[in-house]
Design a binder for this molecule. Structure first.
Ligand code: YH5
Length: 286
């Protein structure tokens, strides 16, 4: 299974690691890591991107909007200022697929011009003009499920059938994309762990991950350092690596092709070990 991301092609036969590069000043998990004197430092962010590549990330996800409840809403110009220069700097220097975590049409268009290879939208291209912008780039898209809106989505998430509803939404958004001109082989689907889901919803979606997408459509998952790890294991945000690694392995085992994480080196090790076991568990190799 391959994904053509602009001028780079990802081989998804083995699970790939997407490193998170958060350019918001107020992120809960890695807040303001790349700020110096209150200003986003291109140099520091670039160094972090380089490090994640050396550690084995084949995608870098750049986000400029915080989806955490209570976060300051970001203007289009702010998002452009945070994301586009970084996309440009990374694409000129590093051999990696750049993913942009955005719902904003102008950010989609200008990131693509600056060298992005994937459009990652937690709103699954539902904003006015977003689908058209994505079509115009010719890039693959990651469509994520979310119940509600970022500010309030965790208040009271409810489903009659969480797997059926998430799958139904993802199939509907994929159909909207193919109808608009994005071919099926350029669609990635994501259940959106923690986006309008309680712990039982999240665990059910992980356990039944394979039911969420057709076998030929790759799944992306993101659980790294999220609150579900915090609640399930009673861990503060700085103590969530072991839980996050376990979730990375379990999702790869259940068919996830792209794993979105903060801790690239550790995740790459875990996935490599899993691959080695699979490789040597073949009956004929016994
Ligand atoms: C995702 O799952 N998530 S932003 C809270 C945390 C830690 C991390 C409380 N963008 C996803 O990473 N894109 C985000 O600790 C995403 N899938 C895709 N495709 C939230 C996030 C985070 C939130």
């Amino acid at each position: 299974m391959q994904l053509v991301c602009g001028n780079r092609t990802l081989d998804l036969t083995t699970p790939q690691v997407m490193g998170i590069l958060n350019t918001t000043p107020d992120s809960f998990s890695d807040g303001g890591s790349y700020y110096q004197g209150g200003k986003l430092s291109l140099d520091i962010a670039l160094q972090r991107a380089e490090q994640m590549c050396e550690e084995g990330a084949t995608l870098i996800d750049i986000g400029g909007e915080s989806t955490r409840p209570g976060a300051e809403p970001v203007t289009e110009q702010q998002e452009l200022d945070r994301v586009v220069p970084l996309v440009e700097a990374i694409s000129q220097r590093l051999d990696v697929v750049i993913s942009v975590d955005t719902s904003t049409p102008a950010v989609i268009r200008q990131s693509a011009s600056a060298g992005a290879g994937l459009v990652n939208d937690v709103r699954a291209l539902t904003r006015d003009g977003a689908l058209e912008a994505a079509v115009a780039t010719g890039l693959p898209v990651c469509l994520m499920h979310m119940q509600g809106e970022p500010g309030t989505m965790q208040a009271q998430p409810e489903y009659a059938d969480v797997v059926g509803e998430v799958r139904g939404y993802l199939m509907e958004r994929m159909a909207a994309c193919t109808a608009a001109g994005i071919p099926r082989n350029k669609v990635v689907l994501d259940p959106g762990f923690g986006f309008g889901k309680n712990d039982v919803h999240n665990l059910t979606l992980l356990r039944r991950l394979r039911e969420l997408a057709p076998a030929d459509v790759p799944l992306l998952v993101g659980m790294s350092r999220k609150s579900m790890v915090g609640r399930l294991l009673n861990r503060e945000v700085g103590e969530r690596l072991p839980g996050s690694l376990a979730l990375a392995m379990l999702s790869a085992q259940r068919g996830a092709r792209i794993i979105r994480v903060h801790d690239v080196a550790a995740t790459v090790d875990v996935l490599r070990m899993q691959q080695l076991v699979d490789l040597h568990s073949d009956v004929s190799a016994g």
